[in-house]
Design a protein around this ligand. Sequence first.
Ligand code: BV8
Length: 258
Amino acid sequence: MKNDSAIPSPELIEQAAAHLRRARHVCVLSGAGISAESGIPTFRDAQEGLWAQYSPLDLATPEGFERDPELVWRWYEWRREMIRAAHPNPGHVALAQLAQQVPRLTLVTQNVDGLHQRAGSPHVLEYHGNILRDRCTVEQVVAERSEDSRRSALPRCAACGGLLRPDVVWFGETIPRRALVEADEAAADCDAFLSIGTSSLVYPAAGLAEAALRRGVPVIEVNPNPTDLSPHADIVLQGPAGRVVPALRQVLTEGVGR
Ligand code: BV8
């Protein structure tokens, strides 16, 4: 049952805020749900309309790209257009402000849309890369497009002419080393873990909350729907991030000096 509009009781929000207030280091994991209110379909919803006939595993894998790079580029360009037209929503903004209210906050995002940075979050760990950057498949570095391939369905690297791909992590690919290490360190060091807008199905990202649970660290989940994490979380704030995160930040602000 989708429960997209209700938000949790003030008591539950205060309980969650109390954990954040006591924390020296908060680790946050965000997923597609925090961008849903910016009009960006969640990863699974992204299989809508003409893309419904494809599975993410056809489109977001090296094999899918190998098989039909033009198809994969069409899907990514379709998503890029949506993301360029999107804006950070109150959930992104409140999270950026919340980072100023705790001694240390590490933000790990599974999202590739760059909206946390545009909302002002200072140091974002892009666990799955960034859809707006191109990477050269030959040199394996972020690259610029060659002039003559700017409009091509198969863009090429300005430096070496190699085929470009979106700078995202596909299924079956490893997480960028720095993001992987820093996220693991944050999950191992934090004294509160906040999971926002993720189905907690994709690994190793979903393992971060599990690492916090194993350490007995309070885990707070923000999601309008139940997930695999919900039964294990200390507090489930059932509601949309665009309303719950601002409420959390508000209580943290009011509670200053408590
Ligand atoms: C790796 C970039 C290995 C691309 C993405 C079997 C068991 C366990 C694991 C595996 C397995 N088989 C394979 C694996 C590994 C695989 C995996 O986890 N598969 C899953 C499907 C089972 N993982 C990998 O392949 C990873 N790499 O394991 O490498 C390896 C090791 C050594 C050497 C070589 C290889 C790489 C995974 C990264 C894949 N790339 N994205 C792109 O975007 O195009 S993942 C992609 O899907 C998204 O980035 C996102 O991370 C993920 C979807 O997750 P969510 O973000 O949670 O989004 P979702 O739609 O699922 O959920 C949205 C949630 O929001 C919902 O809960 C909804 O209720 C909520 N919501 C809705 N509205 C709101 C809201 N919440 C708040 N507010 C709202 N308003």
